[in-house]
Design a protein around this ligand. Sequence first.
Ligand code: SF4
Length: 642
Amino acid sequence: MTVESVFPRLEALLPHVQKPIQYVGGELNSTVKDWDACDVRWALMYPDAYEVGLPNQGTMILYEVLNEREGVLAERTYSVWPDLEALMREHGVPQFTVDAHRPVAAFDVFGLSFSTELGYTNMLTALDLAGIPLEAKDRTVDHPVVLAGGHAAFNPEPIADFIDAAVIGDGEQAVLDITEIVRAWKAEGRPGGRDELLLRLAKTGGVYIPRFYDVEYLPDGRIGRVVPNRPGVPWRVSKHTVMDLDEWPYPKQPLVPLAETVHERMSVEIFRGCTRGCRFCQAGMITRPVRERSITGIGEMVEKGLKATGFEEVGLLSLSSADHSEIADITKGLADRYAEDKVGLSLPSTRVDAFNIDLANELSRNGRRSGLTFAPEGGSERIRKVINKMVSEEDLINTVGAAYGNGWRQVKLYFMCGLPTETDEDVLQIGTMAKNVIAKGREVTGTNDIRCTVSIGGFVPKPHTPFQWAPQLSAEATDERLAKLRDSIRGDRKFGKNIGFRYHDGKPGIVEGLLSRGDRRIGAVIRAVYEDGGRFDGWREYFSYDRWMACAEKGLAGTGVDVDWYTTRERTYEEVLPWDHLDSGLDKDWLWEDWQDALEEVEVEDCRWTPCFDCGVCPQMDTTIQIGPTGKKLLPLTVVNS
Ligand code: SF4
């Protein structure tokens, strides 16, 4: 069966929409394969606009891994803006891929990567535009398998009705394994229909099929238990861990966007995982253990990637890039090698205590000396103990002082509001820290022209973290606390004018909290929001708190639970959590002990450098911490004759 491109029909609509360029495809390094020469076809979606979706590393990696395989093709699709959505509905144009403009419904697998729960309504828009039934139970053998992945799929229960399957953890090997299962089932003539295919996936133990599990509720609304409802389906589904990152040097040919996107640089992931143990950080917990890419592996990726794209900046990605055991050699080596080409380097994520001026100087050697950003996360020493952020104010002030002394003038600090046990006093200390930073800057530079910007987000407790049991602070209390901080900063005659203050109101955090720790009952809420016009919930201009609250009231009517029950309620040790049957490797008892330690302000060391403290991941997932030094150098340089 040949699948026709919808482009002729789409093209006629493009003059009438904003930024039509984002829908035309043909980016440098994109791939279009012969449809008929392939027997397994994936449509990959990052459920947000092109400008956010295209630079997403996860999607880019899977796109390449799949397309490299003989007989397999992968194309990309992104969320269309509401203006195009309306026209597509009017003219009957389905959700399409940007590569060959093929209708998403024609693919075998529709894989969505969720970094945030706020993309759930965009998934429903895409399904509906594609002509795929919103609910998994209504799909037939002719519809694609709708598969969720990414960090927000570690608790896929709120979207359990809409997806056929979820994969937790690293996707590289997992998509290839799934491809083989789909291929075999198709080659055998699709025996047993859709059900049989899903059952084969479930039996691997690494693909979660929500409809093969029944959820039983207790009279008070809590979950009683979650049980498989057919033979051969495992009780718990495990996360995937790729151990040797050097074996997966992707993306080799990064996509170069046609339209403006959030990042205009090439990114190389230098390691995966983080064992610092910040208790609020879901990414750190669910990506354990640490696995470093080797220094020579990184060098090769940078070289090939720059050649393939022509970018002038390289971002060294990870959860805390300065923590790579050979970061000094990596940055020096890269700065040396690309000195002539003026290729800039950046570490998008850096901890205060892992930062040093030599590193900063290497990073800015070939480019601009832009602002420095640090994330102390908590304003007071006490709250930083609670969250295990092990950074003292002294560390921060010394680091910042050194930066000012070396020519930096702008420092940005990130914090959270609403952390467990937090009081007004903890938050007010954010202002004190900013003042101390400026005072240090003035002292070191002898000028008053020093700025510090504080940026504050609301804390949302996440599954698979020690704070999964914690009560979330209500939107009203968050707003009140932040107003007090703002007033105290503005009222300061000596420093107030030099402190920039950015914060988000508490409302989006409550919706994120509802979706993060929700169970299957939240599906009705998501659907109601979508049907009421909810789109792009991660975008301030589209997000409607009132709509979410009104739909939650409707969607949860008769269940005995409400938004507060999901968000501001503290859970007990005994409670079955909606994601307990999804195994991130972390031992639940260890997480509970760490939660108790948090309440007692007890800190836990980074297990990378100290003995294992038994979080459970390594024995459970048969993995180990993997760090250098390898002792290798990025150089010798390729000699440049000038
Ligand atoms: S099992 Fe031990 S070594 Fe492995 S991540 Fe957990 S604490 Fe660290």
